[in-house]
Design a binder for this molecule. Structure first.
Ligand code: SF4
Ligand code: SF4
Ligand code: SF4
Length: 214
């Protein structure tokens, strides 16, 4: 039996939904729709950045996990800020997919935080954590539909699109740079949808995840 057939909170599975496939994440189904982020509540003038994972490359994305660990100085005994999950396509094939924070349009982690430690940047929609404010309550993990927030001695940690690792505007995050075959992209979601020629579909959830899959 494939490991991916054990559906857990850290795994994804897709079925034959009308629009292609569905994830099972945190016990909840989310369906790709191809809708723009603006449809899920974002103000039109905001450019929302996110990831596009192209599972058709059948990449194992291990290089992303290592690159994330290196860029963010994460020790070997701690989890990286991204992970490889399993995905069952509508054709019945298991694929690996890269996942990290979805930088949601309406982040439930931010709403749940009693310390106002989580915020969403106006300029690119990236969801970031202020570690000086974090009190380590873990409410954000309970609230996140994708099981993203992790915890270490400094409190909650999650992907911030490599901002705290020093990424500057216009540069790709470490995980994307590490993938040589074009299976992972980062940028304005609307641009990525166009670039994919319509193949990349945005997964949907009440939080409006900024994550495309093809
Ligand atoms: S994926 Fe989870 S942690 Fe990331 S912004 Fe959405 S709700 Fe917050
Ligand atoms: S763990 Fe930190 S970031 Fe998460 S909800 Fe609590 S205070 Fe906010
Ligand atoms: S963008 Fe940076 S922090 Fe986020 S998963 Fe990729 S390497 Fe890790």
């Amino acid at each position: 039996m494939l490991e991916s057939q054990n559906i857990s909170r850290r795994s994804l599975v897709a079925g034959g939904a009308a629009l292609g496939c569905a994830f099972l994440v945190g016990g909840k189904l989310v369906f790709p729709t191809g809708q723009a982020v603006a449809d899920s509540g974002e103000t039109p003038e905001t450019v929302q950045y996110g990831f596009w994972c192209d599972a058709s490359f059948n990449n194992d994305f291990k290089e992303c996990v290592e690159a994330c660990r290196t860029a963010n100085n994460i020790p070997a005994d701690e989890e990286a800020l991204c992970e490889v999950r399993d995905y069952l396509s509508k054709y019945g094939r298991y694929r690996h997919v890269f996942t990290s924070c979805m930088h949601c349009a309406d982040p439930s982690c931010m709403k749940a935080c009693p310390a106002s430690a989580i915020s969403k940047r106006q300029e690119d929609g990236i969801v970031v954590v202020d570690h000086d404010r974090c009190i380590g309550c873990k409410y954000c993990n309970t609230a996140c539909p994708f099981d993203v927030p992790r915890y270490n001695a400094s409190g909650m940690v999650k992907c911030d699109a490599c901002l705290s690792a020093g990424r500057t505007e216009g540069k790709a995050p470490a995980c994307v740079e590490a993938v040589a075959n074009g299976a992972l992209h980062f940028g304005p979601i609307d641009d990525l949808i166009k670039e994919s020629g319509g193949r990349a579909m945005q997964i949907t959830a009440p939080t409006g995840p900024s994550y495309l899959l093809s």
